[in-house]
Design a protein around this ligand. Structure first.
Ligand code: NAP
Length: 305
């Protein structure tokens, strides 16, 4: 049994990871901050991670085997609006966590993002030099560097995922479902490509990698590249919604504040070689997302906070 200390447990990734992993073969202690986890079935605490000594105290109190750092300022537009806070949470905090995990000899899995690249070419490998476009992306890149320099044995996972959140609107996939189910039109960017991975598949991979002696940067994104427009259409088809409600548009005409990278497709050859198998396929992941919806998981997860 591995004991994971999971930060950001009230967020999209942390909560889904905790629900998928705790009480099966492994144990999770979750750390939320401003969102109390009123009804969660796993052990959880509240902590503002940027406060002095908090990270050390969490490690000393809970003695985890693996520190899974999901907490971040992950809203791209909020980072543009408050770059100082983004710097503190996304860039400086990971270095503090890296140093503390190194000191205590705890395995660290740090979650980063595909958005460290500007998306001009796509199919990026771990050897390609990142060139972030936004405050969010620059601060996440600085966080990666801080982790690797404080703790070279840490694993840095660059991810892109979708799933159901407690907030009900944290992932693009949820927004497609929410709008299409209500018969509302949505924009789908035809010129922004990415490799979305189901959050359950990512959670499984994170457990698998935490048990291996992997360190350094690894790309852990979906096996299939597609535009956000195509992603919306695949969701609409799976859920039986009217796909014509998704309007194909260019991101240039979207009015979004922070710059978005057009081709955020990443090579996953390194992680596949390390694991010795392929990554889960998109169709299987989408089926899991749909099955959760049919079982009411999207309502259950909202009831936990
Ligand atoms: N969402 C995506 O599609 C995506 C794509 C690529 C990479 N990522 C990365 O994946 C990770 C998880 O993202 P997410 O979408 O799950 O984020 P999220 O839903 O926005 O959740 C963020 C979490 O971080 C916690 N947090 C923020 N500041 C904190 C602080 N100062 N102290 C303690 N906790 C703090 C929040 O706690 P409270 O809410 O309790 O305050 C919340 O639990 C992030 O590293 C993000 O950069 C996300």
């Amino acid at each position: 049994m591995t004991h994971f200390l999971v930060t950001g447990v009230s967020g999209l990734l942390g909560l889904n990871f905790a629900l998928a992993v705790d009480g099966k073969k492994h144990q999770v202690t979750g750390v939320a901050n401003t969102t109390p986890m009123l009804w969660a079935t796993f052990k959880n605490v509240q902590a503002e991670l940027t406060q002095p000594a908090v990270v050390e105290e969490l490690i000393e109190t809970h003695k985890p085997d693996v520190f899974l750092h999901c907490a971040a300022m992950a809203n791209v537009d909020a980072c543009e609006a408050n770059p100082e806070l983004a710097q503190q949470v996304n860039a400086e905090l990971p270095g503090i966590i890296g140093a503390a995990c190194n000191k205590h000899g705890i395995r660290l899995v740090h979650i980063s993002t595909d958005a460290v690249f500007n998306g001009s070419t796509g199919n990026y490998t771990e050897d390609d030099i990142p060139n972030p476009l936004s405050v969010y992306a620059s601060t996440k890149l600085a966080g990666e560097n801080a982790v690797v320099s404080a703790y070279p044995e840490a694993l840095v996972a660059r991810v892109n995922f979708y799933g159901w959140s407690a907030a009900g609107n944290r992932s693009l996939a949820e927004n497609f479902v929410n709008n299409l189910a209500a018969g509302k039109e949505m924009m789908g960017f035809t010129d922004v490509e990415f490799c979305p991975m189901n959050i359950l598949d990512l959670s499984g991979l994170l457990v698998e990698t935490a048990e291996l002696d992997l360190h350094g940067i690894h790309h852990m994104v979906g096996a299939e590249a597609m535009s956000k427009y195509e992603f919306g259409r695949r969701i609409a088809e799976k859920f039986g919604f009217d796909a014509s409600l998704i309007k194909p548009v260019s991101v240039k005409d979207s009015g979004l504040k922070a710059a978005r990278s057009p081709r955020l497709t990443l090579s996953t050859n390194k992680i596949k070689a390390a694991l010795g198998h392929d990554l889960p396929g998109f169709a299987d992941g989408l089926q899991k997302f749909y099955d959760q919806y049919r079982r009411g998981y999207h309502l259950y997860i909202k009831s936990l906070t």
